[in-house]
Design a protein around this ligand. Structure first.
Ligand SMILES: NC(=O)c1ccc[n+]([C@@H]2O[C@H](COP(=O)([O-])OP(=O)(O)OC[C@H]3O[C@@H](n4cnc5c(N)ncnc54)[C@H](OP(=O)(O)O)[C@@H]3O)[C@@H](O)[C@H]2O)c1
Length: 378
């Protein structure tokens, strides 16, 4: 029997790569897709996949008229309703930002497997989501390449002493430290290895992405941030590692191509020969120390890791600051300052339900916007 898949955030970088590979995986069929506002790309996907269900943040009469075989929903509630009505076996969650959490929580109620690219779901609601998945017996398979690597390395036998996640270093990795503050959106968008959505590309240069991933790894795999090492791997061939107390280190190595962890999350525990075997001869496997003083956002993420309200504030402030940076309102270096001030102004709390998470997120966003306005007016 084919597994029925819903792809949320289908018009984004991860979502569109998911549709591309699902074409080649016979045992999966697309039952539902959702987007935010990119209707031109969504329309092409609808005409190619003819899903039974679709949803977008806004209603679009043209689409409703053009695809009579598809049932449409709109708004964030509509995306949740689409999940309820379509009853997918698997949900691949590729929405960006904290907005993804409500969909992850709903996916854990209606499906049997959550393939999770949206790391913000874990950063903002890790305990809540993991408990729900355990209660509903839903498999949570990470899609982030580092966490997919760790998921494959951690075999449930002996607990390693430490775990490793790597970073490419982003577009500014070789810039002199004093110049980084003034980097332009064009500079930052030239990622040396990966082609990704806007926010994660900026977050790679600031190392906020690695900060979010350290937090994600803590909740997914139960390691304290002090047990999670981060290194630079320039060609991104090493994604993750585990370090045992007998001198053994296991690394997860492979081509930097998000289609691999996406495919693994869909076919697990089987492996699909989608891209063929990797040839590793001649490929340098080199890890470099990460210079902490170049990446204060990663240090801050380590400090707040485990205090959920501050994790929510860290993510919310970054979403606001990155948007302002991409629009040319603030310099690159201010992203960190805005995060740091927003986090400092957020009380320590460990919210236990979704409404508390949303309240803290809203508070942090308002505060971060004030900080953006302050920088903008200077
Ligand atoms: N890109 C990567 O290589 C990569 C790797 C690892 C993890 N991730 C994670 O995967 C997630 C997606 O990243 P991405 O790079 O694919 O992002 P992206 O290219 O910006 O795509 C985001 C998708 O989410 C939709 N969306 C945005 N806000 C929404 C909302 N409030 N409600 C419903 N849909 C919404 C967008 O719709 P429209 O575009 O139609 O508006 C788009 O389809 C992020 O959490 C990211 O950290 C990405």
């Amino acid at each position: 029997m084919k597994k029925r898949l819903a792809v949320l955030g289908s018009t984004g970088s991860i979502g569109s790569q998911t549709l591309e590979i699902v074409d080649k995986i016979e045992q999966i069929e697309i039952v539902a897709i959702s987007c935010g506002h990119n209707f031109s790309s969504f329309s092409k996907q609808l005409s190619k996949y003819h899903p039974k269900f679709a949803a977008a943040l806004e209603r679009n009469e043209n689409l409703v008229d053009s695809f009579p075989g598809t049932t449409f929903f709109h708004g964030e509630e509509g995306i949740e309703t689409m999940l309820e009505k379509s009853r997918p076996d698997y949900v691949l969650l590729a929405v960006s930002g904290a907005a993804g959490l409500r969909f992850s929580l709903r996916a854990a109620e209606v499906s049997s497997r959550l393939c999770l690219a949206n790391k913000e779901s874990i950063v903002c609601g890790g305990n809540l989501l993991l408990k729900k998945c355990a209660r509903e017996e839903v498999e949570l398979i990470p899609v982030d390449s580092e966490h997919s690597g760790l998921f494959q390395l951690l075999d449930g036998t002996v607990r390693p002493e430490r775990i490793i996640i790597t970073a490419s270093g982003g577009a500014l990795r070789d810039w002199p430290k004093e110049k980084i503050h003034q980097a332009s959106p064009e500079d930052v968008m030239k990622h040396p290895v990966w082609s990704m959505g806007n926010r994660i590309t900026v977050d790679s240069a600031s190392m906020v992405n690695k900060g979010l991933e350290v937090i994600e790894a803590k909740y997914l795999f139960g390691f304290e941030s002090s047990e999670i090492d981060t290194y630079i791997c320039r060609n991104s061939f090493v994604h993750a590692g585990v370090v045992y107390n007998d001198g053994v280190v296991k690394l997860h190595v492979g081509r930097p191509d998000m289609r691999i962890p996406i495919s693994y999350s869909l076919t697990y525990p089987a492996r699909h020969d989608l891209l063929g075997e990797e040839r590793i001869v001649g490929i340098p496997i080199v890890l470099e120390e990460l210079q902490q003083d170049r990446f204060p956002a990663l240090t801050l993420a380590r400090e707040i890791c485990g205090t959920v309200s501050k994790q929510i504030a860290y993510n919310a402030a970054d979403e606001i600051a990155v948007d302002a940076f991409v629009k040319g309102r603030i310099p690159f270096g201010s992203i960190y300052n805005i995060i740091e001030r927003t986090v400092a102004g957020t009380d320590d709390q460990n919210p236990t339900d979704y409404s508390q998470i949303i309240e803290i997120d809203g508070f942090a966003r308002r505060r971060a916007k004030e900080e953006v306005n302050r920088w903008y007016c200077q």
